[in-house]
Structures are given as structure tokens and as C-alpha cells.
Design a protein around this ligand. Structure first.
Ligand SMILES: NC(=O)c1ccc[n+]([C@@H]2O[C@H](COP(=O)([O-])OP(=O)(O)OC[C@H]3O[C@@H](n4cnc5c(N)ncnc54)[C@H](OP(=O)(O)O)[C@@H]3O)[C@@H](O)[C@H]2O)c1
Length: 328
């Protein structure tokens, strides 16, 4: 997979990256998550599983890896893999996130799986935790699911701390969530450091065949030089062979016509966007990762793009459906 510049940063990434949300903890919302983990939640077994998927990602040429403090032991599993494989720091790009604290205590069901707080004490605690686990490998530190409601984009103490971390050499990013991703991103593009530079170097947002409302704002972020990462490109598993919902029959049909898989075609739809730098695979199984990376070989032509437009949902319906997905 070709390395290419990540926005106007000095980082390089590959068109496909690997996200560890489904690998680092027993419970997550993706369809069939429990099945993928084969209901084996022993920490050593889950670390070994993560290392197998990371090895497959590396072998497929993936060079961007995405974690978060709230993904259970994802940073620890990634850190132990980086050390065990002696990956040169300059041959990989690693991003993580702060702002959510993991509270599920290694359980699948919990009253609260994670607690969101975009405050200075949380940032100061979590940057130390992430650095302890990822060391010099950590390149990008992202606000986890920034929203207008969380108030983080007007929290001067937090913004000042992020500007200081940027000065120390970290790239600063934000991830988005919910039906107002576009509005939140446009507000973030107005945030500057004291010397008038944009604070944010990258943005991570949900964009897929069902939810495309952030597209225009992502194009503007790309134009402004930010690195653009797309998450949930498979709508938490809804755009995969696993989902037999008749509403998605067209995706399965077009995938068959192109002699590919629904997940690869859905990922190819994201790769075809001119403003995207990295689309994340959220695979927790080697065979799913290997199916996902075939997306780079697909010719996503205009006719296919037009036909699949019919799958688009309103953001409200999309995020309502997502919020109803069961932790499993
Ligand atoms: N707010 C945020 O910042 C935020 C939120 C969500 C996600 N993210 C990032 O984005 C990454 C990806 O998102 P995501 O994992 O939430 O969702 P996703 O990529 O939309 O969906 C991934 C799911 O699709 C399934 N899948 C993939 N290929 C498949 C195949 N060929 N057959 C059957 N199932 C298949 C995977 O199953 P298996 O598990 O079985 O492989 C996984 O459960 C995360 O890991 C994380 O890094 C960030």
C-alpha cells in the first residue's frame, strides 16, 4: 500500500488504517463482536488476537494505527506489539484519543462502558497514560468525539494545553460523532494557536454509504490542510456480508457484479472521496481485515457511485440506529 502525505503534516500514512476499538475490550457495539472474539476474554488471549490482526495489517502494508484510552487495553496491546516486532518509529504512524475513560471493568455489560469528560485534568492524566504505553510511537493525539455540547472547543485551558503539546511535537486532532459532525468541524477550523496557526492538524469523522452529512465540512478541512481520517466506514458492521437487511440488497448485488465483497465495496466508496487521507478498518478478525484491504484494488466508478447513493439515510436516523446497537 502506498505511503502518502497526511494533510500538510510531516507524517505519512496509507489509504487504509487499522482501528482497535473492537480489539481492546470485551464489549463493543459492532455487529457480531462477541462472535469475533469467540467469547474468549482472557487478557492474554485477547492480546494475542490483537497481535495476529496487527501482524496481518502490517503484512498488508497498513502503516496507520488508531487507538484510544477508552478502548480498554488497546494502547497496551498496540504498545506490546510495537515493542515485540521492533517496528522502527519512523515507519509507522500511530494515533490515540483522550476524553473518554474506560469504566467497563473488562465486562461486556456495564452501567457505563466509558465516561466522557473533555477537561484539563483528564487531558493531563490521559496524555501521561498514553505516553507510558506508546512512548515515541505516539504521533497524533485526538480529542475523542468532540461535540459542540462538550464545550471543549471553547475551553481555553484545554486548548492552551493542546497548543503546548503541539509545540512539543505531537500532532493535534479531533474526532467527531453524532448528527452534527459538520457543524462541530467548521467550529474547530476556527480554533487557532497564539501565533495564528490552526490548532488542529487532523480530523476523524464518520462517513459511509449511509451517513454522508459531514462530507462538505471534511472537504473544507482537507482544503485547510488537515489530515482526514474516516471511521465507521462499515457502519459498525451494517455494510458487511454479516448484515442481510433487505435495504442493503443493492450493495450486495453490486459487490457480486464487481466480483468483490460488500465490505470492500463500501470501503472503496470512502477511498474514492478526494478529501480522504485514511479510511479505518475496524476488523477484529484476520479474514475480515484481509477482505477489507482488497478495497484498494476496486475501481469505484461513477455509475456505481450514483447507484449506491440510494442507500443514504438522514443523519438523525443513522445515529439513532447506531445508538440502538447492543454492546456485545
Ligand atoms: N468517536 C470516535 O472517535 C470513533 C468511533 C468509532 C470508531 N472509531 C475508530 O474507527 C475504527 C473503525 O470503526 P468501527 O470498528 O467502530 O466500525 P466499522 O469499521 O464501521 O465496522 C467494523 C465492523 O465491521 C465488521 N466487518 C468488517 N469486515 C467484515 C467482513 N468482511 N465480514 C463481516 N464483518 C466484517 C467487523 O467485524 P469483525 O470485528 O468481526 O472484524 C467490525 O465489527 C475503530 O476501530 C476506531 O479506531 C472512532
Amino acid at each position: 500500500m502506498n505511503l502518502r502525505p497526511f494533510g500538510t503534516t510531516n507524517l505519512q500514512t496509507t489509504p487504509i488504517g487499522l482501528g482497535l476499538a473492537a480489539l481492546g475490550r470485551p464489549g463493543y457495539i459492532n455487529l457480531g463482536h462477541a462472535q469475533d472474539l469467540e467469547a474468549d476474554y482472557d487478557i492474554t488471549a485477547m492480546e494475542a488476537r490483537t497481535h495476529r490482526v496487527l501482524d496481518a495489517a502490517w503484512a498488508a502494508g497498513i502503516r496507520y494505527f488508531d487507538a484510544a484510552r477508552s478502548y480498554g487495553r488497546a494502547e497496551a496491546f498496540l504498545g506490546s506489539w510495537l515493542t515485540a516486532r521492533q517496528i522502527p518509529v519512523d515507519q509507522i504512524t500511530v494515533g490515540s484519543k483522550w476524553g473518554y475513560t474506560y469504566t467497563a471493568d473488562w465486562q461486556i455489560q456495564a452501567d457505563a462502558h466509558e465516561i466522557k469528560e473533555h477537561s484539563l485534568p483528564v487531558l493531563e492524566r490521559q496524555i501521561q497514560e498514553s505516553r507510558a504505553l506508546l512512548g515515541d510511537y505516539l504521533d497524533i493525539y485526538q480529542i475523542h468525539s468532540a461535540t459542540l455540547d462538550s464545550g471543549v472547543l471553547t475551553n481555553d485551558a484545554v486548548l492552551a494545553k493542546l497548543a503546548q503539546l503541539k509545540q512539543d511535537g505531537l500532532k493535534i486532532g479531533l474526532s467527531l460523532s453524532g448528527s452534527q459532525q459538520g457543524e462541530t468541524l467548521k467550529r474547530a477550523l476556527d480554533v487557532q494557536t497564539e501565533n495564528g496557526a490552526l490548532l488542529f492538524d487532523s480530523v476523524q469523522a464518520t462517513w459511509n454509504l449511509l451517513e454522508q452529512s459531514a462530507g462538505e465540512a471534511l472537504r473544507q478541512a482537507h482544503e485547510a490542510g488537515l489530515g482526514v481520517i474516516v471511521k465507521e466506514a462499515l457502519a459498525n458492521g451494517r455494510l458487511t456480508p454479516r448484515n442481510t437487511d433487505p435495504q442493503l440488497a443493492l450493495l450486495h448485488q453490486l459487490a457480486a457484479e464487481k466480483n468483490t465483497t460488500p465490505d470492500a465495496l463500501a470501503l472503496a466508496a470512502v477511498l474514492a472521496q478526494p478529501w480522504v487521507d485514511v479510511v479505518l478498518s475496524g476488523a477484529a478478525a484476520v479474514e475480515h481485515l484481509q477482505s477489507n484491504v482488497t478495497a484498494v484494488t476496486i475501481n469505484y466508478d461513477e455509475e456505481t457511485a450514483v447507484r449506491l447513493q440510494s442507500l443514504r439515510e438522514s443523519p438523525d436516523i443513522y445515529w439513532q440506529t447506531r445508538s440502538n446497537l447492543a454492546w456485545n
